[in-house]
Write a protein that binds this ligand. Structure first.
Ligand code: AMP
Ligand code: GLY
Length: 441
């Protein structure tokens, strides 16, 4: 089968890398791709937002499966368009993806189906000309009476910037003002969610589903803050590791029974059957796992550690999801080993950064065994040399089939030392908490 992957990040590089290993895959294409992906996939002459052109070119190349990496095209209805055209595609419809593109929808949905999450209220910040930067009096008085800390979230997609954890009421009012200001958050801030702060360790769980049956991949943990010790601004993710040692087999069963299963049944009951990857961002609280957020796609950079540990045929699994044939394994496939991904970022990221800096990295034959370099914001300079082209530039993943997390972390950082570009920065503590936890189990 010919496969098309949509996206250009480290997640898409990992998807292409894993799909290319499948005997089911004949040709693999990617748009827009990046220089790392270009070594494995053919270019595809249509932009990811141009659905009619994508469909026409997919027909011409006999693409049997299209795999969508980022949330944007899903929220814009790419799955609906491909399905109407009779083409196979992995991912949820626009209405199913509302679990990610509207936090208000997700919160109300969880409440309707008794899925554990933080308590909350939602507020309109005003519509059209009547919209008031600063939010409504109702939202302000709720914030002033709510115990601290509290969390303020923009309703719509905000590239990871729409969530503000507030330790004081002043901060919370400022967050409300910022999110409801049309000039900073646009339509994403037309509604806000004010939510209880949940205490605990976070974990990401990916369930690949056809709407009824599902297979969960290794649990993972992201590192969202830019600096060591979880300080500084939120980013798209500075690194990840898998498996998350706190997600024991019994906790995993609990997550499947109380969160994944009820989510899929609830979506089906509401006439929005969910197929694709359901990403549950979880807080492991003292009172059990609770949903922080849903995403309607694989996570980035979690995919760069979850897929290298997956022992099955990814193409087969994604084809099964797209065609309604996922068979839940009678006994879960054990996850062997561990993986750690360290993201190398441009100076200034997640704020403004420069691009076009030449990258020094080991060539294909110089990369040590067990190391994978997943490209994200890379490009080619005028002379064909590899240069930086984004905030998150390269993810260095180490995978080991045995041994503890500490050895995998050491292998990842050893490989990080072989990559450099001007202004490169990265976190030095990816996986450190997992290693400490694993040692104490
Ligand atoms: P999100 O974009 O919804 O994943 O939120 C970004 C980050 O904000 C999460 O990964 C958490 O670290 C934090 N966060 C969001 N909601 C809560 C909450 N209710 N309690 C504690 N932390 C939260
Ligand atoms: N790593 C967080 C995300 O993909 O949303």
């Amino acid at each position: 089968m010919n496969v098309l992957v949509i996206g250009s990040g480290g997640r898409e590089h990992a998807l292409v890398w894993k799909l290319a290993q499948s005997p089911r895959v004949n040709r693999i294409y990617c748009t827009p791709g990046n220089p790392g992906i270009a070594a494995l996939a053919l270019p595809f002459p249509a932009e990811s937002g141009d659905f009619p052109r994508l469909i026409a070119e997919a027909r011409r190349r006999e693409i049997g499966l299209t795999v969508v990496g980022p949330e944007g095209p899903l929220a814009a209805g790419i799955v609906d368009a491909f399905r109407e055209a009779g083409l196979g595609i992995f991912g949820p419809t626009r209405r199913a993806a509302e679990l990610e593109w509207s936090k208000t929808f997700a919160k109300d949905f969880m409440k309707r189906h008794s899925i554990p999450s933080a308590s909350y209220r939602t507020f309109q910040t005003g519509e059209g000309p009547g919209r008031r930067p600063g939010g409504t009096d109702e939202a302000r008085s709720y914030i002033l009476s709510h115990p601290l800390p509290l969390v303020i979230k923009a309703d719509g997609l905000a590239a990871g910037k729409g969530v503000i954890v507030c330790l004081s009421r002043d901060e919370a009012i400022r967050a409300l003002e910022e999110i409801s200001d049309p000039s900073s958050f646009g339509d994403a801030g037309r509604r806000v969610v004010v939510e209880e702060f949940m205490e605990g360790e976070e974990a990401s769980v990916f369930a690949v589903t056809d709407g009824v049956h599902f297979v969960t991949l290794a649990s993972a943990q992201d590192h969202k803050r830019v600096f060591d010790g979880d300080t500084g601004k939120n980013t798209g993710g500075m690194g990840a590791y898998a498996p998350a040692p706190r997600v024991t087999a019994s906790l995993q069963a609990d997550i499947e029974e109380k969160i994944i299963g009820p989510t899929l049944r609830g979506m089906a009951d509401e006439g929005r059957p969910y197929s694709g990857c359901l990403y549950a961002g979880l807080m492991l609280t003292a009172r059990g796992p609770k949903v922080v957020e849903y995403n309607c796609r694989f996570g980035d950079p979690e995919t760069q550690v979850v897929l290298p540990l997956y022992q099955g045929d990814l193409a087969e699994l994604l084809i099964a999801s797209a065609s309604g044939n996922v068979e839940a394994p009678a006994t879960p496939v054990p996850t062997q080993g561990s993986a750690v991904c360290v993201v190398l970022a441009s100076a200034g990221y997640p704020g403004a950064y420069e691009t076009g800096k030449p990258i020094t990295a080991p060539g294909k034959d110089e990369i040590p065994p067990g190391i994978l370099l997943f490209h994200a914001g890379t490009g080619r300079g005028p002379d064909g040399l590899l240069v930086t082209a984004g905030g998150r530039v390269i993810g260095v993943t180490a995978v080991r089939r045995g041994g503890g997390m500490a050895g995998t972390i050491a292998a990842a950082y050893d490989a990080v030392g072989r990559v450099s570009f001007e202004g490169m920065h990265f976190r030095h503590d990816i996986g450190a908490r997992a290693a400490a936890k694993a040692d104490s189990i």
